[in-house]
Design a binder for this molecule. Structure first.
Ligand code: SF4
Length: 343
């Protein structure tokens, strides 16, 4: 009996906490000759220097992926960079359940900064509840253990949750997935997000029904809780505006980690069952100009949930997340508000 053809193993992910010699040595040892380098928005200014250093240290040809990227869900596709035999992706951890297009080196750009005792003292002065759930962006995950210890020494109960298969680490948050935080909801009275910026805390505040505080560990700066009620009311208003829409556009991204075609097809059936028309519109990176002039009353977006939640105002027609769409159809109640968790 002839042997069945061997199935090639899926492309592998290699993970590095920081940019530097360990990454360069791995690229050399793996014999990579052509690399595509992707940097997040915060590092665009340094991108050319980083590409030059990678070229010099590894001897590989390096091209830069220039399309804006927002997560490990939209690494450069083989169409965007067909000749590269590996990708180097900065600023993101791999998303475990997203298949890779080719071998990929993830450089998480971890930050060592933040004195746990000083941060715990700031939290004490901030008057946070005693039982806290800790959540962090990937850059600050190394602080979670020491900060947990410092907070416990100060008498607090601290819980760190483990999320679903879209999250690589305990305590980690993605802007579309806070399942780690949700897993400890019964044991905490508030959440503390450790990291910079408002992106993650805003999503967390929509995903959980407890106060969300934010701590910038580099500045030792504690931000007061986000007004969840205001966020929810804004989204409920968007639902109300879209409620009478008859013609819907269902948005589907082709990015490996943003593609929810099965969800889109299910939503299309649901719309039709409720007497609405619904067309599926496929894109890679969504641009408001692509939606101009369409005979559509409203959109439901199955790609990155944050497009509707954070950037919905950039679009001329209402844009809802899938749970909000079901609210608009009357298939889900407005309360409790449901965050569009991307699993
Ligand atoms: S889907 Fe959006 S929030 Fe989730 S990882 Fe991608 S860019 Fe971030």
């Amino acid at each position: 009996m002839p042997a069945s053809p061997a199935v090639p193993p899926p492309p592998s992910a290699a993970v590095f906490p920081v940019w530097g010699p360990a990454l360069f040595a791995a690229v050399r040892a793996d014999g990579r000759r052509r690399l595509v380098l992707q940097v997040p928005a915060g590092l665009v200014r340094n991108a050319h220097d980083l590409a030059a250093q990678l070229r010099e240290e590894t001897g590989a040809r390096v091209t830069l992926a220039t399309r804006a990227c927002f997560g490990a869900c939209d690494f450069p596709s083989t169409d965007e960079s067909p000749k590269a035999d590996a990708a180097v992706v900065l600023g993101h951890a791999p998303i475990p359940n997203v298949p890779l297009a080719r071998p990929t080196y993830f450089v998480e750009m971890r930050e060592a900064g933040g004195d746990p005792s000083a941060l715990a003292a700031t939290i004490d002065r901030g008057g946070l509840p005693s039982r806290l759930g800790l959540v962090a962006s990937v850059q600050h995950l190394d602080l979670v253990g020491p900060l947990t210890d410092a907070l416990r020494r100060a008498g607090r109960t601290v819980r760190v949750g483990t999320g679903d298969r879209r999250l690589a680490y305990p305590a980690q948050a993605l802007g579309c997935n806070y399942t780690g935080a949700e897993s400890v909801a019964a044991d905490v009275d508030a959440y503390l997000f450790v990291g910079t910026g408002r992106f993650h805390p805003l999503g967390l505040a929509l995903a959980v029904e407890k106060p969300v505080w934010s701590l910038d560990p580099l500045q030792n700066l504690l931000e007061p809780p986000i007004d969840r009620g205001q966020l929810v009311r804004r989204r409920q208003l968007a639902v109300a505006v879209a409620r009478d829409a008859r013609r819907w556009g269902i948005l589907v991204s082709s990015f490996a980690g943003q593609n929810r075609m099965p969800t889109a097809l299910a939503l299309q059936e649901r719309a039709q069952a409720r007497g609405r028309s619904a067309e599926i519109l496929v894109f890679d990176r969504l641009d408001p100009r692509d939606l101009e002039g369409r005979a559509v009353d409203a959109y439901v977006n199955t790609a990155c949930p944050r497009i509707a939640l954070d950037d919905g105002d950039l679009y001329a027609k209402p844009m809802l997340t899938p749970p909000e769409f079901l609210m608009a159809l009357g298939d889900l109640p407005l309360e409790p508000y449901r965050f569009d968790t991307y699993h």
